[in-house]
Design a protein around this ligand. Sequence first.
Ligand code: THU
Length: 160
Amino acid sequence: MKTEKQLQIRYTIFESLADLPAEAQTLMAEAVAARHNAYAPYSKFKVGAAVLVGNGKIFIGSNQENAAFPSGLCAERVAIYQASTQCPDEVIKMIAISGTAEDPTGQPVSPCGACRQSLSEYETKQQQPIPVYFMGAKGHIIRTESIKDLLPFLFDGSLL
Ligand code: THU
């Protein structure tokens, strides 16, 4: 016997920054600013991320590359690890991400698999979803209300 099931993911498309809720708009502006400071001499692909925590503080990150390629780190993880380091007991309210190659495009840049896994750790920890807003250099923005929409069947500590 076999059973086939389907999973649905939910996401929202915002046409422009002006359509975002105010808090998300502020956060995305921080992510865009952080993107400009990315250290990406090898890929020339710049990503900025900003994390808002419960006490209102914002932690930013940009991708940091390295001549030994695997030693680099994505913007999202730079930001979320900083948030958890500085404010370990605060809830993570949301993350905003903006990424682009040298030629700016409107293609939204969603977090890579490793970043989804890292973000999911904090969602599991706080038992509260973390909305993820992501965009390219311009154009529309996508929001998922939970990491689970980006990472079905996620691996978490309950499996250990
Ligand atoms: N990158 C990020 O910072 N975040 C992602 O979610 C996707 C990829 C970075 C890693 C590397 O420095 C460059 O973008 C190209 O992969």
